[in-house]
Design a protein around this ligand. Sequence first.
Ligand SMILES: NC(=O)c1ccc[n+]([C@@H]2O[C@H](COP(=O)([O-])OP(=O)(O)OC[C@H]3O[C@@H](n4cnc5c(N)ncnc54)[C@H](OP(=O)(O)O)[C@@H]3O)[C@@H](O)[C@H]2O)c1
Length: 284
Amino acid sequence: MTESRYTAPVQPLYPAAVDPVPLLGLYLEAPLPSGGRFGPWIYGNFIATLDGRIALVNRQTGRLGVAASISDPRDWRLFQELAARADVLITSGRYLRDLRLGTAQDVLPLSSKPPFQDLHAWRTRHGYPPQPDVAVLSASLDFQLPLSLLRQGRRVTVLTTRDAPAEAVARHEGRGARVVPVNEGSAVCGEAAARQLGQMGYRRAYSVTGPYVLHAFLKAGALDGLFLTHRHRIVGGDGYSTIVEGEPLEPPADLRLQWLYLDTATEDAPAQHYAHFSLESPPP
Ligand SMILES: NC(=O)c1ccc[n+]([C@@H]2O[C@H](COP(=O)([O-])OP(=O)(O)OC[C@H]3O[C@@H](n4cnc5c(N)ncnc54)[C@H](OP(=O)(O)O)[C@@H]3O)[C@@H](O)[C@H]2O)c1
């Protein structure tokens, strides 16, 4: 089923300003690598406002979340298309806590809702299992794995450190996950996580997490690609997240623009643009 909200095309701006192209399939059919610097090709994706907000603090709950003023259905379609391309989704302890509180955007994709049925068919056609596997990055292990994930037959791996609490390791393993401590210390190193995912045979890993996981991958030079949607809107506010947080990246991560599309078909809402970057000269 094709929703009318997806029918309007988008305007390619870079590398060439050619005729408009359909939104549907834009990321599903785009050429993407199937191997990265340390294992799978690891890619992240964000929607942000022009003032760089990816999430705002909800005044009622005091919790961070992707506000309606930030999210957009046409971008959500592209988010789902990127999920369809993945062998494994990388999520975080935070996401699984939010899921229980009902503040996460959706259960881990691929969405089973009608507008995304074609993505399931695409996966079947291309020899993928119905849903990507799941890798959870967490130091605390303070979350509950949704049984629905395991019932779907998805392999669930928790990537953590050797300092992880033994009781929580046993709890997650008892539920059916595999818990892999990938390094010493208080935080998972992006390179160690990437190598582990490579050893598990994954070729493409889609990080659907926030700024701290992105920081871990950027710091290690383990992020290979970044998809960034910018809504042409400014929301302000004091309590917010941006795409990466944590200590300064030294050296900074430099990126090369691969493509840029302008989307003006966003129904009573501002335009937005879709950019895809690859990482240049990652740190050693
Ligand atoms: N607009 C968008 O496109 C977009 C995209 C993604 C997220 N968001 C939003 O951004 C907001 C902020 O997300 P967040 O601050 O919670 O960031 P996050 O990076 O998604 O999650 C942080 C959690 O990930 C785990 N983690 C991160 N780095 C780790 C490391 N090196 N080693 C081990 N565990 C690590 C920790 O889990 P433990 O505490 O369990 O150890 C930590 O609490 C959320 O509201 C989210 O919805 C928006």
